[in-house]
Structures are given as C-alpha cells and as structure tokens.
Design a binder for this molecule. Structure first.
Ligand SMILES: [Zn+2]
Length: 226
C-alpha cells in the first residue's frame, strides 16, 4: 500500500510591481519587481495547481498591473491589503478591493497600518486583528478570515491573537513549501533580484532534505518564542 502524503504547495508572495506610485519605506525597494519579472513568475505558475499566489500591502499595482495579467492567464490569487492604508497615494482604494474581489480573487487582511505585530499595545492589537478584517469584510460583503503577517514577524503571542480573532489561515514569510491543510502557511517573497534560477529553485524543484530541515527548525523557533 502506498502512503498518501499531504500535498505541499509553493506560495509565492508579491509586494509591488513596476514603478512605485509612492515613496517607499526604507528598504522596501528590495521587495519590488519589474513587470517582466512578475510575468516570468505568472508564466511559471500556469497549469500548476501546487503553486499559489498572494499579494501583500495593497499597492496600486495589484489592480493596475497584476489583475489584468492574472486574468489573461486564468490564474487566481489572494490579496492582503492593509485596511487602514486604503486610499493613500500609490495604494488600492475601496473600489480597487471590490474590483479584485469581483474578478474572483480572495481578500484577506494584512492588518490596519502595517505595524510589527510583535510590538502592539492592546488597543492597537484590536485595530490590527479585529477591526481590519471587519473593515475589509464590509467592503467585499463577505467574511474576511485569512490574515498575512506584516514583515513576516510573529511569535506565539501573535499566533494566539490570530487564533482568538478566528483567523482560519495565517500566512508567514518563512519560505519553503507548505501543507495545504496547515493553519500556518509559509510563503516565498519575491525580491528585486528575482531571476530564472530563483523560479527554478523555489517554484519548480522540490527542496532538498537539509534545506527543509532548516526551514522547519526556523519555523519552530518563531512559533514558540514570545
Ligand atoms: Zn507587508
């Protein structure tokens, strides 16, 4: 009898594409990719049901650049805007969020103001974990139950707050593959130095055993620290 292993998918996380329409935060430019880099990733995702795509931060490029290219390839994705930043220059506004949702994309929460969730007062935690998904749910008229963690920064307190807020999936930036039924979903963030070799290594080939062991060890540390 063959043992059926749980499916492990690759989640690719995208931040901004093309020329930013706003001043970026210090160090944020390394998370931006060109349109052609982005298209290379999309083309590698075609026909791959073990590859999933997510978008963090709610940049205007989500609607202006990503959406038409996803639709042209019949690809779906999940978008995680920061609710409190909607409508700011270079960001999605409420109509943009509705447009993504109407086009069949899933909307999740990236919190309210893109704060580090490891360092929050109780008031700010309420805004980040409770008010942000509610605000987005009002826009799309549907419950928003998934969350992606800003800066991939978490510890056991962050995870407890997400569970208390009834998030049914929590997305990190830990890298590697992830089991589709896992509550904590590891993702691979695109970087400005993205090339065909990255796509081959991360999206196409199964990770080597030593690399997987290192990834699992790093995640365990984050999950229990506090
Ligand atoms: Zn972010």
């Amino acid at each position: 009898m063959r043992l059926k292993l749980p499916r492990r998918s690759v989640i690719v996380n995208i931040h901004g594409i093309g020329t930013p329409a706003r001043d970026l935060d210090p160090g944020e430019d390394v998370a931006w990719v060109s349109v052609s880099q982005f298209e290379m990733v999309l083309d590698a995702a075609i026909g791959r049901d073990d590859v999933r795509l997510t978008f963090d931060d709610g940049n205007a490029s989500d609607v202006e650049i990503a959406l038409p290219r996803l639709l042209a390839r019949a690809l779906r994705a999940e978008f995680f805007p920061a609710a409190g930043l909607l409508g700011e220059p270079g960001r999605l506004d409420k109509d943009g969020v509705r447009e993504l949702h109407r086009a069949g994309m899933t909307i999740g929460s990236h919190g309210w103001a893109h704060r580090d969730w490891r360092h929050l007062t109780p008031d700010l935690a309420h805004e980040e974990f409770i008010e942000a998904p509610r605000f987005l749910a009002d826009i799309v008229r549907e419950p928003v139950t998934r969350a992606s963690i800003p800066f991939g920064s978490y510890d056991r307190h962050v995870l407890r707050r997400l569970r208390d807020a009834r998030a049914d999936r929590a997305y990190t930036s830990d890298g590697g593959r992830t089991r589709e039924d896992s509550w904590l979903q590891a993702r691979n963030s695109l970087r400005s130095n993205l090339d065909a070799e990255w796509i081959r290594r991360v999206m196409l080939s199964p990770p080597s055993l030593p690399r997987r062991a290192r990834q699992v060890a790093a995640r365990t540390v984050k999950r229990v620290r506090g």
